[in-house]
Write a new protein. Structure first.
Length: 367
């Protein structure tokens, strides 16, 4: 266990990635303090929770890290549920990707990982699917987590149970360093007071806001608008992942619909008629009858995107300041492997060649 009078390791950001890393480090005996401006802003609260490295057609290193994290997901979730005594809503429901032509289907980057469905099989999997879709791929290995209602709350509880301390309403203004060595952060607390928090180590998990703290990071926000509709239980058994639109059914009949991809609007808050219209048209293009269901919620968030859409992992340019950010659309999928890699790095634990290679592939200065 950590020495009582030592300065806690700081987690900068209280979203999914911050909580995942905090939980992992607390399990390893570290004293951890999470600094969060507003956890409800976090992408982890607004994402759909898909675990879809194959259905999303990931390629290269991103597919590799996605597959590795998917394999480690059950053990990671088991640990969170054990510490929190709460369910995370992990479900291996499978994901269907529909196509208009055989050519489109066979040229999909992850074609070889899926089961090909003809039109009859496709409609059996997704009743009411629009006639434009002629065949599809079923990725039985992909699934989902109910991040918005279950995972985030369970992670918070697990962290508290392990002694993690939280400061909510805190804005990190500046990184304090001496000879390129991390010394702490300057913060503005909820009352507007400027304070200095000293620490030898920290992990930057600020998602889309990371560049505001380290100007050199190649991260920018991509806004996404979403909505949910309420149907009867089991109205959809599989996730449907179409071009620019997806439908994620929960066990109680709630269906998460997402998401717009707005790269040019920065941190512009709020819903827009254009964005909501896109979602409605997306539902119509996949399963038209779902547009008759009542709308329950509408919301938006900001994905942390990098130049190559891959995360930034490992030590930053400042010694003692680690990075776990820039996960773009794959934060929920990559949380398990990110927590494990950062936990092992900080605690100087042995790593496999595969793990060391992932840290190298997703280092911050790879561009």
């Amino acid at each position: 266990m950590g020495v009582l009078n030592e300065k806690p390791l700081l987690i900068l950001g209280g979203g999914l990635m911050g909580l995942a890393v905090a939980h992992e480090l607390a399990k390893k005996g570290k004293r951890v303090e999470v600094l969060s401006r507003s956890r409800l802003e976090a992408a982890g609260f607004v994402a759909a929770g898909m675990l879809a490295p194959h259905a999303e057609g990931l390629k290269g290193d991103l597919l590799n890290i996605g597959q590795i994290s998917l394999q480690r997901q059950p053990k990671w979730i088991e640990s969170i549920e054990s510490n929190s005594k709460m369910s995370c809503g992990l479900k291996n429901c499978g994901i269907v990707v529909p196509f208009e032509s055989e050519k489109d289907c066979e040229s999909y980057p992850t074609f070889n990982f899926g089961e090909t469905l003809n039109r009859d099989a496709l409609v059996k999997e997704i009743p009411g699917l629009s006639k434009r879709w002629k065949l599809g791929l079923l990725f039985k290995q992909d699934g989902q987590i109910d991040n918005r209602r279950l995972l985030m709350r369970a992670l918070e509880k697990a962290c508290v149970e392990l002694g993690v301390h939280f400061q909510e309403g805190v804005e990190v203004i500046e990184i304090i360093k001496d000879s390129n060595k991390f010394k702490g952060v300057k913060i503005k607390d909820i009352n507007g007071n400027i304070k200095l928090l000293e620490s030898k180590e920290a992990v930057l998990c600020c998602g889309a806001w990371s560049k505001q703290i380290i100007k050199t990071l190649p991260i920018f926000p991509v806004k996404g608008q979403m909505l949910s509709i309420q149907g009867p239980k089991q109205i959809l058994k599989r996730i449907v992942f179409g071009p620019g639109i997806y439908l994620v059914p929960r066990d109680d009949g709630l269906i998460i619909v997402g998401a717009t991809s707005e790269r040019e609007v920065g941190f512009q808050d709020g819903l827009t008629p254009k964005g909501q219209s896109e979602l409605k048209e997306g539902i119509e293009s996949l399963v038209p009858e779902l547009n008759q269901l009542p709308h329950m919620e509408r919301w938006w968030g900001f994905r942390p995107c990098t130049t190559d859409e891959g995360p930034l992992l490992g030590m930053s340019s400042v010694n003692g300041l680690w990075l776990a950010t820039g996960h773009y659309r794959n934060g929920v999928l990559l949380a398990a492997i990110t927590a494990e890699l950062i936990g092992k790095s900080i605690c100087s634990l042995p790593m496999s060649e595969e793990e060391s290679n992932l840290l190298f592939k997703f280092r911050w200065n790879r561009f």
